[in-house]
Ligand binder design. Structure first.
Ligand code: ZN
Length: 390
């Protein structure tokens, strides 16, 4: 194994590889030596040694005879900063993008990591995979590790489903702060807020199913949470699905406003931020506004590969369009907020019932919530809400 940079090291590396053929040369964090030589992030301070290393690497690769049985592989998280010469044909011929794993991928990765622990038969890795969208291999390894620690802490000899669930909560939401004192009135408000999300999610057609509602505060800000569990991996979202999702986000604030006669709180800040971002994207990225048409607005500029692509934008529209965008975002948000409120008004009795139960039990799962719903009411209300919308 070779660590660090230096032209001599590269020469030596290739020399040894040729002697040991067939073999694979693997260069991890290729960007450390392969950064673009043309200015780039190094600025005016050029790094001579790094440059020499890169030149040597390029030279070695040029005179490379694949029939000798040596394969070169390299990995990087930032392919956009690599020197153009490295990417030229004849150097690295294939580029493989390792994306974040999908549902099936996560399940497969979990299977590998649980091999190291004693797993209880009740552990359902499919559910764990469904609860961890966006996580990569290292995150999933961490979940299994946390779960094992939790199992040991409760003197168990197997990792059970509840350990895995608690491990996800710890990683995603932070530790439970059972000793954080919430005043009774705060607790009540959080209960109504979370019930609002859950009830709207149960009422709209395309919402991701509610998995659990909780008002136990966690260390990462949230005073409570409503957990929705997708049943399948989605790559596309239709307009009605997006609207339903945003309506669910509005459910917390709408519940507070209805229950406390218009007295609202800071509790909805995070929901509103997510909703605003999504609506703005609907208007500016997805062409989902009649008024602004099937166009995109704003050119993403120097969009960094593998990072969230819309971080900075170049404005390519007029002042007037900018105003129209703001108005459209506002109009859609008002409409969906009203929609959430209409749902909750029509299901007020259930809102009360679930919130009361939540204050007592602090956490309710889907089955417990369903027992508190009025029979037959759910289907009728969907019709009412959609009717009011059109
Ligand atoms: Zn909320």
């Amino acid at each position: 194994m070779f660590v660090g940079v230096g032209a001599a090291r590269v020469r030596d590396l290739f020399e040894q590889a040729k002697q040991k053929a067939p073999c694979i040369i693997f260069i991890d964090e290729l960007d450390a030596i392969g950064k673009s030589r043309a200015g780039g992030r190094g600025g005016i301070f050029s790094n001579d040694e790094r440059e020499q290393t890169l030149n040597q690497l390029l030279a070695e690769m040029d005179g490379f005879d694949t029939s000798k049985g040596v394969i070169i592989m390299a990995a990087t998280n930032t392919p956009e900063v690599l020197d153009a010469a490295l990417m030229r044909a004849g150097r690295f011929d294939r580029q493989i993008i390792v994306d974040r794993p999908d549902l099936e991928g996560r399940e497969a990765i979990l299977k590998i990591h649980v091999g190291k622990v004693t797993l209880s038969p009740d552990a359902d890795l499919k559910v764990i995979a469904a609860r961890t969208p966006g996580m990569v291999g290292a995150d999933l390894a961490n979940i299994v590790n946390e779960a094992a620690l939790l199992a040991v802490r409760r003197n168990g000899n197997q990792v059970q489903m509840r350990d895995l669930e608690e491990a996800i909560d710890r990683v995603m939401l932070g530790l439970e702060k059972k000793n954080r004192v919430m005043t009774a009135s705060d607790k009540e408000r959080v209960a109504y807020h979370e019930t609002g999300h859950a009830l709207v999610a149960l009422s709209v057609e395309h919402a991701v199913p509610v998995y659990r509602v909780s008002i136990i505060p966690r260390s990462v800000g949230a005073l409570g949470h409503t957990l929705q569990l997708p049943t399948e991996e989605r790559y596309l979202m239709t307009l009605p699905e997006l609207e339903d999702q945003i309506t669910v986000m509005m459910g917390g604030r709408a519940a507070e406003e209805s229950v406390y006669n218009g007295v609202i709180s800071t509790g909805a800040g995070d929901d509103l931020q997510r909703a605003s971002e999504l609506i703005r994207q609907m208007v500016m990225r997805f062409g989902m506004s009649d008024r602004l048409g099937h166009l995109t607005y704003g050119a993403p500029h120097n969009a960094q590969f593998l990072r969230f692509p819309f971080t900075s934008e170049e404005r390519n529209y007029s002042e007037k369009t900018s105003e129209a965008i703001d108005e459209e975002v506002r109009r859609i948000s008002d409409r969906l907020y009203l929609r959430a409120k209409t749902v909750l008004t029509s299901r007020r009795a259930e809102l009360e019932r679930i919130a009361r139960e939540l204050i007592l039990k602090e956490t309710l799962d889907r089955r417990q919530i369903e027992l508190l719903l009025s029979p037959l009411k759910q289907i009728q209300n969907v019709a009412v809400v959609i009717g009011a919308e059109e």
